[in-house]
Design a protein around this ligand. Structure first.
Ligand SMILES: C[S@@+](CC[C@H](N)C(=O)[O-])C[C@H]1O[C@@H](n2cnc3c(N)ncnc32)[C@H](O)[C@@H]1O
Length: 226
């Protein structure tokens, strides 16, 4: 049994590489990532910066896990080593993302902490969501930029990631839509979408045909004398 709070404590006691996270993210990470600690996994984080978060993931997940980082800044290559792989390129370049994904097969966890430019986040999601394992998780953070014009956001603005994610709620329910929306690969592969302050989490799980049943108490049998 793994203890809760590992990541929060790790962050507060970090004497290693630079690590930059909002405090309320740690509970969210533990809630969605804890189930992956039992076996070696493959994780991709977009946005390496000081390399601290990649080290944290390596220490959190089972030995033998592969932690992959993507960053546009070539200096980030220095953070490669010991089950940590770094690829230099833009999260807004589908060809680059496909090349990286081809090397690793499926990712159990994908975390987007890159440019936070809304168009980039959408490009990455569209390219990499199908590369996440069928029981995997895709977590996008710092989505307050969905409300900030400099990042291509704005309240209710088409093209912001929050608006994009809201549309995915319709896709999740597409099996019930009579007209105007088809069941998609997203519908068939997504279990839930969870919205937090600045964070959106997509939990994958193969979805079968929807069923509903009725169960009820049978009327008591009359006793023989009654
Ligand atoms: C918030 S920092 C990442 C912090 C790191 N994940 C951590 O927790 O300490 C964002 C990183 O995204 C990178 N970045 C900016 N634009 C990018 C792009 N288009 N593609 C990939 N990475 C990008 C920056 O170079 C920077 O290192």
């Amino acid at each position: 049994m793994h203890e809760r709070g590992f990541l929060h404590r790790y962050f507060l006691n970090n004497g290693g590489k630079r690590l930059h996270k909002w405090i309320h993210y740690f509970d969210i990470y533990e809630r969605h990532f804890a189930r992956f600690r039992q076996r070696p996994i493959t994780m991709l984080e977009i946005g390496v910066h000081g390399g601290g978060s990649l080290q944290m993931w390596r220490d959190y997940f089972a030995p033998g896990s592969t932690i992959v980082g993507i960053d546009i800044n070539p200096d980030c290559k220095q953070h490669e080593g010991d089950n940590i792989r770094i690829h230099i390129g833009s999260q807004n370049d589908p060809e680059f993302l496909h090349e990286v994904a081809e090397r690793y097969g499926r990712f159990d966890i994908l975390l987007d902490d890159g440019s936070h430019v809304n168009a980039h986040v959408i490009t990455s999601f569209e390219t990499l969501y199908p590369r996440v394992a069928e029981d995997g998780v895709y977590l996008v953070e710092d989505m307050h930029t969905s409300y900030w014009p400099k990042w291509g956001g704005g309240l209710g603005k088409p093209g912001s990631f929050i608006e994009y994610a809201k549309r995915r709620i319709d896709d999740l329910n597409a099996a019930h839509v009579r007209k105007g929306l088809e069941v998609s690969a997203f519908t068939r592969s997504t279990d839930s979408i969870i919205f937090y302050d600045s964070v959106v989490v997509f939990e994958k799980r193969p979805q079968g045909a929807r069923q509903h049943l009725k169960t009820f108490a049978m009327p008591p049998e009359r006793d023989a004398e009654g």
